[in-house]
Design a binder for this molecule. Structure first.
Ligand SMILES: [Zn+2]
Length: 245
């Protein structure tokens, strides 16, 4: 998990106004039918903006270019139109993560990656053991302020479930997810090995530098794992941490 800055839309923005209109439809319909599903937050302009803000990545597992896309409610709305149609509450996630998060009430109290004060990539450690065909993953609570400890621990528990799976079917999904992470980490490691073998004068060294920085950008898949790999080695940290976006 990494932090994303969600677009701070003005009150009179088209998206906020459209969401307000859809919410009004729901509220009106609910007065007649308590089960009404009138109105939808799944509007094209809303979806495109959420997708851009989250760099087309599931905010939980950090998989990119999703096919199984969900617009997730960070705080479960449980039929409350204020939460269901709130711009701030709409997040980009995959169905694997959305299902696991909705299965446990405690995951309603996790770190908010769109709140820059919640240091999701610092207060949580992301470790993957390679070589191992499917990659063993450990998510660990790091030093953080006492005030956030419960949220950090809940986020760690959620991520661990996401990367391990909770049911026979989700375990297969999680295993496939770990393979994707292992492949991405493998690419980064290969770039790093080649980078340190090159002379300063070699043009390829600069190409590799750009490629490594791209891997470490929040737009890249599984950035938190890649950044932790860098931060664990002093030399790598010194050379690349200044380029984290
Ligand atoms: Zn996910």
């Amino acid at each position: 998990m990494v932090n994303f800055e969600k677009t701070n839309l003005p009150t009179d923005s088209e998206i906020r106004q459209d969401l307000a209109k859809e919410k009004a439809k729901r509220v009106k319909a609910l007065a007649k039918n308590p089960d009404s599903k009138a109105g939808s937050y799944r509007l094209e302009n809303v979806i495109v903006q959420v997708q851009n803000d989250f760099k087309d990545k599931c905010y939980i597992c950090e998989r990119k270019d999703l096919i199984d896309i969900n617009i997730e409610h960070f705080t479960a709305h449980k039929g409350n139109p204020d939460l269901e149609f709130s711009w701030e509450n709409l997040f980009w996630s995959c169905s694997h993560c959305n299902n696991i998060k909705s299965d446990n009430e405690v995951f309603n109290n996790i770190l908010d990656c769109t709140n820059l004060a919640h240091k999701v990539a610092e207060w949580i450690g992301y470790f993957i053991e390679i070589p191992e065909q499917k990659g063993k993953i450990e998510i660990k609570t790091q030093d953080c302020s006492q005030e956030y400890l419960e949220r950090v621990n809940n986020t760690v528990a959620l991520l661990q479930e996401v990367y391990e799976g909770t049911t026979p079917l989700k375990k297969i999904g999680a295993s496939n997810l770990r393979k994707l992470i292992a492949i991405e980490i493998g690419k980064l490691r290969l770039d790093l090995i080649k980078y340190y073998q090159m002379n300063e004068a070699d043009e390829l060294k600069h190409i590799l530098f750009t490629s490594i920085c791209k891997h470490l950008s929040i737009s890249s898949p599984f950035t938190a794992f890649k950044r932790w790999l860098i931060l664990q080695k002093e030399k790598l940290k010194q050379d690349f941490e200044p380029y984290f976006d």
